[in-house]
Design a protein around this ligand. Structure first.
Ligand SMILES: C[S@@+](CC[C@H](N)C(=O)[O-])C[C@H]1O[C@@H](n2cnc3c(N)ncnc32)[C@H](O)[C@@H]1O
Length: 298
């Protein structure tokens, strides 16, 4: 990754326009830097739009949805995998009052900035942000009450390794919650299927989603089960994510205005197309599961 502004600009264009130019996950996030969709914070998720009207509120609502689904509360030791710039950890520490939040993130540039954000919020005693991978957790067995991964697990090489690690570090009875992106290839119409395939591959290619993570909700559930999890509940929340986000971004130009000129033209073109086409191949899920408690162990 280039150190100077011109080099980064050309690297960004190459990534955006050249279909054969893939980047490693950390390189993608180094390139994106702090160009977040949000205006006041540095969230990197697409948001949950059911009762809100701005991207900042939607990103926060998605973080709260994950925390509430996992029953995050006082006394919990939480492991947050893929914490971006740590905004959700600050929100959870303040609103849900867990005893401790440990974070793992592989993108060094984000780790430094996220730690600064936590220090500015005066929350270093509660939030411990580490550099490390969700697929090889530097965490003790049976030491965590809740593992969460907010719009990150699709990146992991592989997501199944993450499930195995999450199971290992959770205490018996501990919970796992992911907000995650999976494909939706479900149409009988060959043209619609092609549209779904293109839509998925555009995102998977640019955001370095490994082919091993390409599977639908039933396989997601089966892989959780194979890792040992029980009480699995996965629901699609795609209607509260993609279409309202798309509508917001086509109306509000503040994100588009942050982009370099060519990216701006591409973004304007994408936002002029119907959401059903742009996101045709993408599902968005909220997945809950539990490690069996002592009484449930076989
Ligand atoms: C789309 S961002 C989401 C960030 C944050 N959760 C949010 O909602 O703003 C995905 C994050 O996953 C992190 N990530 C990707 N692969 C990872 C891995 N193997 N282990 C830990 N973090 C990873 C990236 O560095 C990035 O911070």
């Amino acid at each position: 990754m280039s150190d100077n502004a011109a080099g980064r600009f050309f690297e960004f264009l190459n990534w955006l326009l050249n279909p054969y130019h893939g980047l490693q996950t950390t390189e993608v996030y180094d390139l994106i830097g702090t160009t977040s969709l949000t205006e006041h914070r540095l969230y990197l998720n697409l948001g949950y739009w059911r009762d809100v009207g701005t991207i900042d509120d939607a990103s926060e609502a998605l973080a709260l949805l994950v925390a509430k689904r996992g029953g995050m509360g006082a006394g919990d030791v939480v492991l947050d995998c893929g914490y971006g710039f740590g905004d959700q950890d600050i929100l959870w520490a303040r609103d849900m009052k867990p005893a401790k939040i440990i974070g793992l993130n592989i993108t060094k540039s984000q780790v430094g900035r996220a730690r600064m954000n936590v220090a500015d919020a005066g929350l270093e005693k509660t939030i411990d942000l580490r550099e490390g991978s969700a697929t090889e957790m530097p965490i003790e067995h049976d030491s965590v009450d809740l593992v969460v991964s907010l719009e990150s697990a699709f990146h992991y090489r592989t997501r199944e390794d993450f499930f195995r690690e999450a199971y290992r570090v959770l205490r018996p009875g501990g919970r796992l919650v992911t907000a995650d992106i999976v494909p939706t290839i479900n149409s009988d119409n060959p043209f619609r299927r092609l549209e779904q395939w293109i839509s998925w591959n555009m995102v998977a290619g640019k955001f370095n989603i490994p082919p091993e993570n390409y599977y639908l909700i039933p396989s997601y559930s089966e892989k959780l089960s194979r890792a040992g999890f029980v009480d699995i509940d996965i629901r699609s929340i795609r209607d509260d994510v993609y279409a309202p986000l798309h509508e917001y971004l086509s109306r509000d130009q503040s994100f588009v205005n942050k982009l370099p000129p060519v990216a701006k033209i591409m973004a304007k073109w994408a936002f002029s197309r119907p959401a059903e086409s742009v996101y045709a191949g993408l599902d968005y899920i909220l997945a809950y599961s539990e490690k069996p408690g002592k009484s449930q162990e076989i």
